[in-house]
Design a protein around this ligand. Structure first.
Ligand code: NAP
Length: 283
């Protein structure tokens, strides 16, 4: 029996599952659709997609058969002009086969378009009922402040950013800022794109020992550690049913403070770019 945990979305009254389902690079195969559906049926009723991923039609299939799901998608930065935001949203609604998107996120900042123009369009979408909440992704504290300041009637409810034991840059200022401002952090690439266990020996060892202590897998320990942060939820992507089951049950148990602190203390020694692929520097 899965006991999914929920967290408040931003300052809203909405509660979202602490484990959602990522869909970047999923494919329209029976196995992968089954993996998503398994996740949803086990309680991860929160799916993240983006116009850029090309996976909205796959999500639409899952939505059709599985009732209400908290649906998050994203508008691509080249569409941040007012008219293009509206058009991009209409196209996403069509592809997803829904009347409203629960969370519409700016995929990453675009310095070439003024944030107030983009946010004016996002507020129009809320007003027209096409989207419920406004979120951003890959925004620094400075950009987040600018985005908040440019909204007239709404608040930014979430910032989707890279976060896993190998990529902890956001702990410096973004997590404290979001905790203070009650902005939900949606941790993307929480399993370091599948590299969580191979990238760094120190972290691998610590997570391995903790996993053994609880009789859990290393992926489960990783997701539990991420979600131990008050303001953070995670959206692992899995293309197999087994991986999905593992991820969705990763919060069924409590990671003790001493073990959270052990993982906290294990340093990655690396910096990773926002795609989670390259190691930029040794730090
Ligand atoms: P991720 O979730 O960190 O890792 C996915 C990889 O981990 C896949 O290779 C998957 O293998 C493997 N995996 C999943 N569950 C596992 C388990 N229990 N044990 C071992 N391996 C496991 O990577 P991600 O896809 O980059 O990030 C997740 C989601 O975040 C994306 O799908 C997307 O929705 C979002 N995202 C957003 C941005 C942004 O800019 N906003 C950027 C990147 C990602 P299988 O596929 O074989 O199961």
């Amino acid at each position: 029996m899965v006991s999914m945990k929920f967290k408040q979305l931003g300052r809203t009254k909405e509660k979202i599952p602490s484990i959602g389902l990522g869909t970047w690079e999923i494919e329209d195969t029976a196995e992968q659709v089954r993996a998503l559906e398994t996740g949803v049926r086990m309680g991860a009723r929160f799916i993240d997609t983006a116009e850029l991923y090309g996976t909205e039609p796959i999500v639409a299939k899952v939505l059709k058969k599985n009732g209400e799901i908290f649906l998050a998608t994203k508008v691509t930065p080249s569409h941040f002009g007012y008219d293009n935001v509206i058009k991009a949203c209409d196209a996403s609604l069509r592809r997803l086969g829904v009347k409203q998107i629960n969370l519409y996120q700016l995929h990453w900042p675009n310095p070439l378009v003024s944030i107030s123009e983009t946010m004016r369009a996002m507020e129009k979408l809320v007003e027209d009922g096409k989207i419920r909440y406004i979120g951003v992704s890959n925004f620094s504290v400075k950009r987040l402040k600018d985005a908040q300041d440019s909204l007239k009637k709404n608040e930014i409810v979430s910032n989707q950013v890279l976060y896993n034991p190998n990529a902890r840059e956001i702990e410096k200022d973004l997590i404290p800022f979001c905790e203070k401002e009650k902005i939900t952090i949606i941790a993307y690439s929480p399993l370091d794109r599948g590299n969580i266990l191979s990238r760094n020996p120190e972290i691998m060892t610590v997570i391995g020992e903790v996993a053994e202590k609880y009789g859990k897998t290393k992926a489960q320990v990783t997701l539990n550690w991420i979600c131990s942060r008050k303001q953070v939820v995670a959206i692992p992507k899995a293309s197999t049913v087994d991986h999905t089951k593992e991820n969705v049950t990763s919060l069924d148990w409590v990671l003790k403070k001493e073990d959270i602190e052990r993982i906290d203390a294990a340093k990655s020694g690396f910096a990773i770019d926002n795609w989670g692929k390259k190691i930029l520097t040794r730090i």
